[in-house]
Design a protein. Sequence first.
Length: 206
Amino acid sequence: MLLLVKRIIVLILFVAANNFSSAQDSLKIIANEVQTVDSADVKIHSPLFAGVASAILPGAGQVYNKKYWKVPIVYAGIGTALYFVYYNANVYFTVHDNLDSRVAGDSTPQPQYLVLNQILSKTTIDLNTFSKEDLIQIEDEYRKYMTISIIVGGVIYALNILDAVVDAHLYSFDVSDDLSMNIRPQLFQSSMTQFGAGVSLSLNLK
């Protein structure tokens, strides 16, 4: 009888061990499948594609990342930089051509007028009223302004690409409201006979 009981116990342990091993194998398979799915989801949203899209068409990477509110900011920055590039280049090249005409000995230097197209107005300046030295100074200043405007435009363009790449990397990052913090009053015992009031803070990760 005792031998029969031992055999039954051994059989039960054997079956339980097999079931436990099978359960472990099943969990490993499920974990691998979940990891594969997660990896596929991450690869689908490509930071490389977001960067290339923004390089070809500024703002396209932001659209790809579904950060639509950033598109007007991108175009406002680039548009402002391009306006100042145009404005400063117009002054520089017009004054430069007038100086070249004076050096060439033309009786009437060309072009005679500098037309400044502001956003809401237009101003015409007669360059013949300026001396050669004044025009040289204006040319130098606006060459500097034009260079700065080009650099600022390039920086904004590069930031547009960088922003798209960073957002694409963080696209699958869980930023949901999974943190909860509770502050509760608490009564604690400072000694065998003394009690004190305090506050307990608990932080829960869901």
